[in-house]
Design a protein around this ligand. Sequence first.
Ligand code: ADP
Ligand code: MG
Length: 246
Amino acid sequence: MSNDFALAVEDLTVSFDGFKAVDNLTLYVEKNELRVIIGPNGAGKTTVLDLICGKTKATGGSIKFNGVELTKFPEHRIVQAGVGRKFQTPSIYENLSVLENLEISYPKGRSVFGSLMFERTQDVTDRIIEIAEMIFLSEYLEKQAGLLSHGQKQWLEIGMLLIQDPALLMLDEPVAGMSVSEREKTAELLGRISNGRSMIVIEHDMEFVKRIAHKVTVLHQGKVLAEGNMEKVQHDPKVIEVYLGH
Ligand code: ADP
Ligand code: MG
């Protein structure tokens, strides 16, 4: 194996009361790569992200990001190592404006309390404007986040991660509940932001996967069932069986 991989997951296992939700998983993601993980419900997709971001501790195996072992790190150290993760349901501050949500997420003003003391410098303002444009929310900076559409909330949360400029960005079902046009804009957004970093996206919508994936990993019962480009994976008899079997 070459050493160009930004993320190297090797023999990763987690066992919940004897049940292996992730079972000896090996996975490499390059810089500038957008990897999509697909698989039936319960395959272990979300658990893989939980393990990488430190929310769940591994029973065995290793997760190296740019050569740094993450499995022993607490969650905040993993964030500091450049890993950002979005959960399935958007977690934004509903009572704050779009601008305030982005501001709070800016690395220097992370806590709500900190942000009150936080001077809004030109650098911060410029970055917020740049991110707001990227996530299609320039016109909504003063809007209360709770009043945004579901899709806009998803974009805002992506923006809150982007403002921290993570080297590895992981998104769990980012287009769930989005309209067709929101999906199209999200595909375009993800393509743009995968440049210069590594990304892992979990997604069910195959049309969407086809549009965004550089490479697809199919997970089944905590193991890699197939891996490769969309074309290859789609025609893999093992993959067809697992999907039709459901
Ligand atoms: P997916 O995201 O692919 O649908 P998950 O990773 O959420 O699947 O779950 C994989 C399996 O692990 C499921 O059977 C789920 O019930 C189980 N699981 C996930 N997290 C825990 C946990 N903290 N404790 C016990 N079982 C869990
Ligand atoms: Mg899941």
